[in-house]
Write a protein that binds this ligand. Structure first.
Ligand code: NDP
Ligand code: 2IT
Length: 450
């Protein structure tokens, strides 16, 4: 049995209750076959794959807090410190009722390769809790965040592990966690990124993931003789990544006609009004139904993304940008997109496309950008925030945005070059995995058995 198959079998057996983690490992290891085969003897002896699929450390803890009725609630907190070969652990914190260890492990595993691709010195990690801020008061969110940090603080630090936001964790939550960390440790340091601009945050971090997705996609399109100009785009989600992907795609000349949330999705053939969307989702924390009520060109469908299909992918468009969550674009959706003439799918979310859907899109000539490359702009800008915190200076929006753009263009070319080197031109999934993996493995081998 090949080394890859051996390790995959072991991962499936040892993590049988974590399907998302198995999916992420399966996708990465399968695409690494040419590299592993070329170095099989060394990698086997050094147990490179066994080590890379095993987190360096998993922290799980109780998070008790008191709700507005005086009732004590208990959630479970996680931090998975996956790989520190190339820098301190770095990765977001997800607050969502669907969170369990398998979700955090899949996200942490992806983060290793994503962070490597940025070219910046950051290792891979991820954290979160099954707590959902949805429908909670600000005081409840603060009580939860303070309790979460009261345990997490002892495991993190500016040179150890630097968390940030992810689904359900935005500026408000980062602020509450930063305040509690500082209060307990009495150290003012860049221990979290995505901070507010008045206390160490970086300009352009809010926009970075969505903008970065479009910079990456723009470069991929250009290198394939295409562009955003005059194209129609379907986006899913309406959170941090989606909002700024919509904004940048429109700035690059496209018309974005869909977005979605937990309650349903909208089709706005005139193009999404980003200011209205921001008002509803960022300020009011409301539902897209309100968007359609205030904009006559938009139609809201209460139909939620289901196991079988997701309405946003039924609209005829040229480019699709999934920006909500894992496995939101399945084989059925991929077939609809291809039948409707889509020529590019670029992932803003982490692992939004199922493995069979990815293969179908690639087999049908669709330009496909994998999230760990195309959504790396968020964590890359987090690393720029860490640099600014270390030198106790802050850069202008334009400076950060320019660096972000260059990083995304470089990531595209790293993935493109690696794919070409191994005879898989145009397969950016394989190219991104290989380029991300090679740097981490070289560092691991150089550092001995740790
Ligand atoms: P947000 O919480 O800001 O937004 C998530 C969006 O997805 C919301 O619109 C939410 O709906 C929708 N959503 C969540 N769960 C479901 C569901 N079960 N069904 C339908 N819609 C759903 O998160 P982000 O925008 O930060 O993250 C989105 C994705 O991007 C995640 O996969 C995340 O891991 C990834 N990512 C984020 C980065 C970042 O910098 N923030 C960086 C790289 C990747 P509602 O509005 O109703 O809550
Ligand atoms: O998935 C991701 O890359 C993020 N949620 C951002 C992580 C970060 O540290 O900025």
């Amino acid at each position: 049995m090949s080394y890859v198959d051996e390790v995959l079998e072991k991962v499936k057996k040892q993590n049988a209750n974590e399907p998302e983690f198995i999916q992420a490992v399966d996708e990465v290891l399968n695409s690494l076959r040419p590299v592993i085969d070329a170095n099989e003897e060394l990698y086997r002896r050094e147990a490179v794959l066994e080590r890379i699929v095993e987190p360096e450390r998993i922290i799980m803890f109780r998070v008790p807090w008191v709700d507005d009725k005086g009732q004590v609630q208990v959630n479970r907190g996680y931090r998975v410190q996956f790989n520190s070969a190339i820098g301190p652990y770095k990765g977001g914190i997800r607050f969502d009722s669907s969170v369990y260890l398998g979700i955090i492990k899949f996200l942490g595993f992806e983060q290793i390769f994503k962070n490597s691709l940025t070219g910046l010195p950051i290792g891979g990690g991820k954290g979160g809790s099954d707590f959902s801020p949805k429908g909670k008061s600000d005081r409840e969110v603060m009580a939860f965040c303070q309790s979460f940090m009261t345990e997490l603080y002892r495991h993190i630090g500016a040179d150890t592990d630097v968390p940030a936001g992810d689904m359900g964790t935005g500026a408000r939550e980062i602020g509450f966690m930063f305040g509690q960390y500082k209060r307990i440790k009495d150290v003012y340091e860049g221990v979290l990124t995505g901070k507010g601009l008045t206390y160490g945050g970086s300009l352009a971090r809010t926009e970075a993931t969505g903008y970065g997705l479009c910079y990456f996609t723009d470069e991929m399109l250009k290198c394939n003789g295409k562009s955003f100009e005059g194209k129609t785009v379907a986006v899913s989600g309406s959170g941090n990544v989606a909002i700024y992907a919509i904004q940048k795609a429109q700035q690059l000349g496209a018309k974005v006609v869909t977005c979605s949330d937990r309650n349903g999705w909208i089709h706005d053939p005139e193009g999404i009004d980003v200011d209205l969307l921001k008002q509803i989702k960022e300020v009011e924390r409301g539902s897209l139904e309100d968007y359609a009520k205030r904009r006559s060109s938009a139609k809201f469908s209460a139909e939620k993304a289901a196991e079988s299909a997701n309405g946003v992918w039924s609209v005829k468009v040229d480019i699709a940008l999934p920006c909500a969550r894992q496995n939101e674009l399945n084989l059925y959706d991929a077939k609809q997109l291809v039948a409707n003439g889509v020529f590019c799918v670029a992932e803003g979310a982490n692992m939004p496309t199922t493995e069979d859907a990815t293969k179908y899109l690639q087999d049908n000539g669709v330009l496909f950008a994998p999230g760990k490359a195309s959504n790396a702009g968020g964590v890359a800008t987090s690393a720029l925030e860490m640099s600014q915190n270390s030198e106790r200076l802050s850069w202008t929006f334009e400076e950060v945005d320019e660096k972000l753009k260059n990083i995304m263009i470089n990531i595209f070319h790293k993935a493109d070059d690696a794919a070409k080197k191994y005879g898989m031109e145009g397969n950016y999934v394989a190219g991104a995995n290989i380029a991300g993996f090679e740097k981490v493995v070289n560092a691991m081998l150089a550092q001995g058995i740790v």
